[in-house]
Design a protein around this ligand. Structure first.
Ligand code: HSE
Length: 306
């Protein structure tokens, strides 16, 4: 096999109380990429469609993660990468992560799968860091593993797979504005009050327990973020209205998707997710800001060959 086409999914990071460690994978929304083995050595990005991104491998998220793997594997060939980008950069649904994992996943398949999923995530972190100026893997891990993932540690990299309750649906509204992850990280406090930390780790622990036991009531009680949301929500127009409308229309919880501007809600059942979609749509239709809305199941498969 000399060429492979892949689907690299969008993801939601943080999931309210799990800043920088928790994430889940989305169905249907994602980028496509073609990875090709070549006689010419090195990593060459030959095509980019959808958004205006750099072709130089060292300046491109997919290129940087590919180079990290290429330097480790030292293969007797080179690779061409074609990127068909659907996820808007700066959307908050893991655009850079999809690019970063796509190249290394495709190369790994073409090399006969020498690397584990965790090792692929390790290479992809280098690409993600180019975009966000910080090494974190809460979008990368769910894109590679699928489902919910918990990044237990970055050094050494340790990823836990968390079960996804069968009837859980995500509704995601993406206002068409850009928020750079690096900028929305820069506004966060370096220290947090102890009482907030206690609330956050209580919610985080109970959310993980709720996911393990499919306890929707506990998931509902746990989807709160007292540390990051107060700062970042100010960057997202009509955030509080969207969140309140989602909760009033049956969402278990709602929060900022990654570093925003996308807002996610989790619901039990498709019918509730549809109601939440209608409520989000109503709020944003009156703002004049263009937006997209998606409903997806939790994608337990993750990145895949097409
Ligand atoms: N955990 C990251 C953040 C996800 O919120 O900054 C966005 O890349």
């Amino acid at each position: 096999m000399n060429e492979i086409k892949i689907f690299s999914p969008a993801t939601v990071a943080n999931v309210a109380c799990g800043f920088d460690v928790l994430g889940f994978c989305l169905d249907n929304i994602g980028d496509e990429m073609v990875i090709r083995k070549t006689d010419k050595k090195g990593i060459h990005i030959t095509k980019i469609e959808g958004f205006d991104l750099p072709f130089e491998a060292e300046l491109n998220v997919a290129g940087v993660s590919a180079l990290a793997m290429y330097e480790a594997a030292k293969p007797d060939c080179g690779f061409e990468i074609e990127i068909y980008k659907n996820i808007k950069p700066g959307s908050g649904i893991g655009s850079s992560a999809a690019s970063a994992v796509g190249s290394v996943f495709g190369m790994n398949e073409l090399l006969g799968k020498p690397y584990s999923k965790t090792e692929l995530t390790q290479f992809a972190i280098k690409g993600e860091a180019l975009a966000s100026k910080c090494e974190h893997a809460d979008n990368l891990a769910p894109a590679i593993f699928g489902g919910f993932t918990l990044v237990k540690s970055i050094t050494p990299l340790e990823i836990l797979e968390i079960p996804s309750p069968e009837d859980l649906y995500a509704t995601i509204i993406h206002p068409q504005i850009e928020i750079k992850t690096s900028e929305s990280r820069a506004i966060l406090p370096k220290e947090v009050p102890l009482q907030d930390a206690i609330t956050q780790w209580s919610n985080f622990g109970s959310l993980i327990h709720g996911l393990h036991t499919s306890d929707y009531n506990l998931i509902q009680k746990s989807l709160h973020d007292v540390i990051v949301e107060p700062y970042r929500s100010k960057l997202i127009p009509h955030y509080n209205e969207v969140k309140q409308a989602s909760l009033q229309n049956g969402a278990l919880g709602a929060g900022i998707s990654g570093s925003g501007p996308s807002i996610f809600a989790l619901s039990k059942g498709l019918e509730n997710a549809e109601k939440v979609k209608g409520a989000m749509k109503k709020v944003y239709s009156e703002t004049g800001i263009t937006f997209e809305i998606h409903i997806t199941k939790i994608n337990t498969e993750g990145i895949k060959i097409l």
